[in-house]
Ligand binder design. Structure first.
Ligand code: CP
Length: 347
């Protein structure tokens, strides 16, 4: 079974292929209209979504396929206490590919261990969001024409921002990429991202957005993730840490790419929307095409079994991350890799 749990599940050659197919779909959509005729996508959204759910739905329908699923856990038997494992086992009997968003980190790994069809991670808590990264990569390809030799500013909630974690892991594989990580210290990038993806990349951690702007080729703004905070007071204090507006862009490069995975709250003023460097709405639009390319790739890939679950139990050891699926899902083993990190959430 071929799944997409982490963006690094795709090689650089496969990313190039996805970008090439997505570009061809944009130019020749009629050639793809029946490619998934007779196929069904199960869309399991345990958390709210506009872009990811609807662009996946649009992608499958544009390929001639059909979609079933739910857009809130409360309308499924999860509300009666059913586990992720049992839910996914059932939906794999009703569909050919599963797209799943879940608030618990590592939930897609649990799903991939029991599913009989490919599983796509559409966002797991504050952990990863690999298909957003595919959208981001297509945007960078279209707007900058390269992945090497870029200085990328990532601004906002770098602690809980799953899109940031996946983007950094993807871009760290390219040459001469420098990351400027702009956040309040309380929302800085987690250690596991630094240890696993930034050990061979140039990066600086700063708090001042305006000082950072002049050197950037890409500025990736993010929302402070209200839903991940344990304290409302902390969220209220940090939520407007950065607000990009027209005047702050005065010192930016003329070919800067301003990106945002959306939804935005206050972090980009609407006065930036008319700036030719504002690429976030194009970025969301590209999501439909790169997801079409991904569905085609995963449905045609057979014979590779990349089910997760490699790791060992360590007597008495549990994951300390309260948001990890291993602390809420009944009946799964608590597994750790050779570095003693939880295999579900990497912490
Ligand atoms: N970027 C993104 O994941 O948006 P949604 O939450 O609307 O899917």
């Amino acid at each position: 079974m071929r799944n997409l749990i982490n963006i690094l599940d795709l090689s650089i050659n496969e990313l190039d292929e996805l970008i090439s197919v997505a570009s061809d779909i944009m130019d020749n959509p009629q050639n793809y209209a029946d490619k998934c005729k007779g196929k069904i996508m199960g869309a399991l959204f345990f958390e709210p979504s506009t872009r990811t759910r609807l662009s996946f739905t649009s992608a499958m329908m544009s390929l001639g396929g059909q979609v079933l699923g739910f857009d809130q856990a409360g309308s499924s038997s999860v509300a009666k206490g059913e586990t992720v494992s049992d839910t996914v086992r059932m939906v794999s009997a009703y569909s050919d590919i599963i797209v799943m968003r879940h608030p618990k980190e590592g939930a897609p790994i649990v799903a991939s261990k029991v599913a009989s069809v490919p599983v796509i991670n559409a966002g797991d808590g504050g952990h990863y969001h690999p298909t957003q990264t595919l959208t981001d990569l297509l945007t960078i390809h279209k707007k900058k024409g390269r992945f090497d030799n870029l200085t990328i500013g990532v601004c906002g909630d770098l602690k809980y921002g799953r899109t940031v974690h996946s983007l950094i892991s993807a871009m760290s594989r390219y040459n001469n990429v420098k990351f400027v990580l702009i956040s309040p210290s309380e929302l800085s990038i987690p250690d596991y991202v630094k240890e696993d993806y930034l050990n061979n990349s140039k990066y600086v951690e700063v708090t001042d957005l305006e000082k950072a702007i002049p050197e950037l080729d890409v500025l990736y703004m993010t929302r402070v993730q209200a839903e991940r905070f344990d304290s409302v007071e902390t969220y209220e204090r940090l939520k407007d840490s950065y607000i990009l507006n027209h005047s702050k862009l005065a010192s930016a490069k003329s070919d800067l790419s301003i990106m945002h995975p959306l939804p935005r709250v206050n972090e980009i003023d609407v006065d930036v929307d008319e700036d030719s460097r504002a690429h976030y709405f194009d970025q969301a639009m590209y999501g439909r095409y790169i997801r079409m390319a991904l569905i085609l790739m995963l449905l045609k890939t057979h014979g590779v079994d990349d089910r997760r679950g490699t790791g060992v139990e360590i007597e008495g050891k549990v994951c300390k991350n309260p948001h990890c699926i291993s602390n809420s899902e009944r009946g799964i083993k608590k597994l750790f890799n050779s570095k003693s990190k939880c295999i579900y959430c990497d912490q």
